[in-house]
Design a protein around this ligand. Structure first.
Ligand code: NAD
Length: 423
């Protein structure tokens, strides 16, 4: 199968603006802009908001960030982008910075959609304000870094209003080859699934340093190295593969045992640089997952393999995506590509099998706003975040941990300082 054929089956996630009904459920005209406010003008936030602007009817009209320099960089970037798209520059009244920026953005009457692209520790707090404001929300993964936040997110999910759409940033599900193979697997192409393996091997992230900054500011800017702020590599980044496994197996893990540690990294922070997790799903299906995050040799390799009674499925970020056995199938455009040949993209904008993931995710989300039905992906996002926390807790405590044990005794994290100092 190739991309054209997948789109023609009608099952692909293609809904571009042209496919929308002309007059729609929430008062939007199919051709009018969804007014978009970005919270967190960093790497990923900028990449996703740019892609929204280029691929959907969303228009960036507001920006918010804790730090004035990041807000200013965001403003320069989006004014240039808006000009290139024939749209006005952002009104200075629509720029918010400081610890209350997220509340000011949420209070604005002049936006329809809030994109939350702040560090993971803040997602649930920001989601709470955004959902309470009644605006549509695109929230980056993970939905929570600890059990307390995850439970709070489930309460927030109940407060999503009819017609209000909330997406979580698992764009890999929308990558056309991954969406296509998931459809085959869910239709039974592998027969009974026996076991799965997965990996996420990524390079180290680079340090961000500013002259004269305090230790708290340094920590916030290097949140990727800090377990409380990021959730650790399993919860923050490896989550994409664990999400694909949950989705394709159609369940969440019952328990996990794990090992790992910090064998290479010596810089600031407490995130581990490797994890090995054995997740047990219902039916004694084991998912063996391993990850590394260190080094600067450019090696990047992530993917999932599922093994069933009738065949196996290989789903890498880069390399051939295929099903073997009784229901042989492959994604033509990935045939002949080399496994593990992908380039790491810190902003999540990958150019391999994920090339159209963001675009299709954003189009589907905007369609849910302009023509419905509205999404509410919070509970699903929480399940995946908790699955990762299960692996993290098993690793940190060096013992088998069940889902119930996690919910009852899962560790909690504090920021340990006030953001008031950045007002
Ligand atoms: N889906 C993906 O593939 C993908 C890829 C990369 C990152 N992400 C996620 O996107 C989020 C952002 O990651 P990033 O790489 O852009 O980080 P980043 O550090 O580049 O950007 C974060 C921005 O948030 C701002 N910020 C920090 N705390 C804030 C607060 N309390 N209130 C308002 N603004 C605040 C920072 O100043 C910065 O501009 C993270 O949750 C990360 O896990 C997802």
């Amino acid at each position: 199968m190739n991309r054209r054929q997948f789109l023609q089956t009608g099952s692909g996630v293609v809904s571009g603006i042209l496919l929308l009904k002309p007059k729609v459920a929430f008062g939007y005209d199919a051709n009018s802009a969804v007014r978009h406010g970005l919270l967190g003008c960093g790497n990923r936030g900028t990449s996703v908001a740019t892609s929204f602007a280029q691929n959907t009817s969303a228009q960036v009209v507001a920006l918010a960030d804790l730090f004035a320099d990041n807000l200013a960089a965001g403003r320069a970037n989006f004014d240039k982008l808006n000009a290139s798209l024939g749209r006005p520059a952002i009104d200075s009244k629509m720029l918010f910075h400081g610890p209350h920026a997220f509340e000011q953005l949420a209070a604005s009457k002049d936006i329809d959609l809030i994109q939350i692209s702040t560090p993971p520790f803040f997602h649930v707090q920001h989601l709470d304000a955004a959902v309470a404001s009644g605006k549509h929300v695109y929230c980056e993964k993970p939905v929570g870094i600890d059990v307390k936040q995850a439970k709070q997110a489930l309460e927030i999910a109940k407060r999503v209003k009819p017609g209000q759409s909330v997406d979580v940033g698992f764009q890999c599900r929308n990558a056309p080859p991954i969406a296509a193979i998931a459809e085959k697997i869910k239709a039974g192409a592998l027969g009974k699934i026996a076991t799965a393996t997965g990996n996420y091997n990524a390079p180290a992230s680079t340090e961000k340093k500013r002259e004269g900054e305090s230790q708290d500011e340094y920590r916030l800017r290097n949140w990727l190295w800090d377990r409380a702020l990021s959730g650790d590599i399993l919860v923050e980044q490896n989550i994409h593969i664990i999400d694909l496994c949950n989705w394709m197996v159609g369940a969440k893990p019952l328990k996990a045992s794990a090992t790992g540690g910090r064998n290479i990294l010596t810089h600031f922070g407490d995130c581990w640089d490797n994890y090995q997790v054995d997740f047990t799903y219902p039916g004694d299906v084991h998912f063996s997952f391993a990850s590394t995050q260190f080094g600067s040799d450019g090696v990047f390799d992530a993917g999932l393999k599922l093994f069933g009674a009738s065949g196996s499925a290989t789903i890498p970020y880069a390399g051939p995506i295929a099903i073997t056995g009784a229901n042989k199938w492959s994604w033509q455009e990935s045939e002949g590509t080399a496994a593990g040949s992908g380039q790491f993209a810190a902003n999540g904008a990958f150019s391999d099998n994920l090339a159209f993931a963001d675009r299709d995710k954003e189009r589907t989300f905007i369609a849910s706003i302009t023509s419905g039905p509205a999404h509410n992906q919070i509970a699903d996002g929480v399940d995946t975040a908790l699955s990762c926390m299960l692996g993290r807790m098993a690793g940190l405590q060096k013992r088998e941990v069940s889902w119930e044990d996690l919910l009852a005794h899962g560790e909690t994290y504090q920021l340990g300082f006030s953001l008031g100092q950045f007002a």
